[in-house]
Ligand binder design. Structure first.
Ligand code: HEC
Length: 195
């Protein structure tokens, strides 16, 4: 972490220590921004956050068409680093936690690949964010098409909320599918065991 404090630039050693202390004690900064119309701006640097898991072709409703999906998506899940560090201490998601679910195409033909599938282009981004002051239920969902630069909050009547509430093992998140999170939450006693 870079400290841009003027004192440090002047090289005053005792003040430099203070400067570092103030950086680490700073309250958790929001990782996503909103425009004047309360629309969330597309998160840009989530690829530098903590990677939690990559589901492949996972689906949560029974298949009724009788056909296998020929092009299952990868589900890459990221959480902002400050929230993850706090979670390691407490087993809970702090205020201002942001998850990004990045849905990517899976590709079979390319380069020297003979079997299996690797990750292609982004198809969609979904965001799950905890902000106690901004949202009445603390958590909210947003969804971005590949070209969207901003998104409205998804209304609480949409099924995102009900499924995450009923089946998420840790505070409306799917901790049971993120191996390192699952372990920590189990140890801290915050994981709902039957989900
Ligand atoms: C039927 C259940 C279900 C519904 C409905 C659902 N999800 Fe999820 N969601 C999941 C599961 C299971 C995961 C675990 C990760 C994965 O996708 O592999 C997940 C993970 C996520 C994550 C990663 C963070 C977390 O909370 O674990 C985001 C973001 C997300 N979903 C957004 C959405 C949005 C936006 C909607 C509505 C448009 C939605 N979900 C609807 C089941 C659901």
């Amino acid at each position: 972490m870079k400290c841009s404090c003027a004192l440090r630039r002047r090289g005053a050693a005792p003040f430099a220590l203070l400067c570092f202390a103030s950086v680490f004690a700073a309250p958790m900064l929001a990782q996503v921004n909103y425009n004047a119309g309360n629309r969330m701006l597309r998160p840009v640097n989530y690829r530098e956050w903590i990677w939690l898991s990559s589901g492949y072709g996972t689906a949560y409703v029974p298949e009724t068409s009788g056909r296998e999906d020929p092009n299952p998506l990868f589900h890459n899940v990221f959480v902002n680093s400050a929230a993850y560090r706090a979670f390691l201490q407490t087993g809970k998601w702090p205020d201002k936690t942001v998850f990004v679910l990045e849905l990517r195409a899976s590709v079979e033909k390319g380069s020297i690949n003979q079997r299996g599938r690797f990750q292609g282009e982004v198809q969609h981004l979904e965001v799950h964010v905890k902000d106690e002051r901004r949202f009445p239920n603390k958590w909210a969902f947003f969804s971005f098409s590949p070209t969207a630069s901003a998104a409205n909050m998804i209304p609480v009547t949409q099924d995102c909320y009900a499924c995450h509430e009923q089946h998420g093992a840790l505070d409306t998140t799917f901790a049971q599918f993120y191996p390192t999170v699952r372990e920590v939450a189990k140890r801290k006693g915050t994981l709902k065991p039957d989900r």
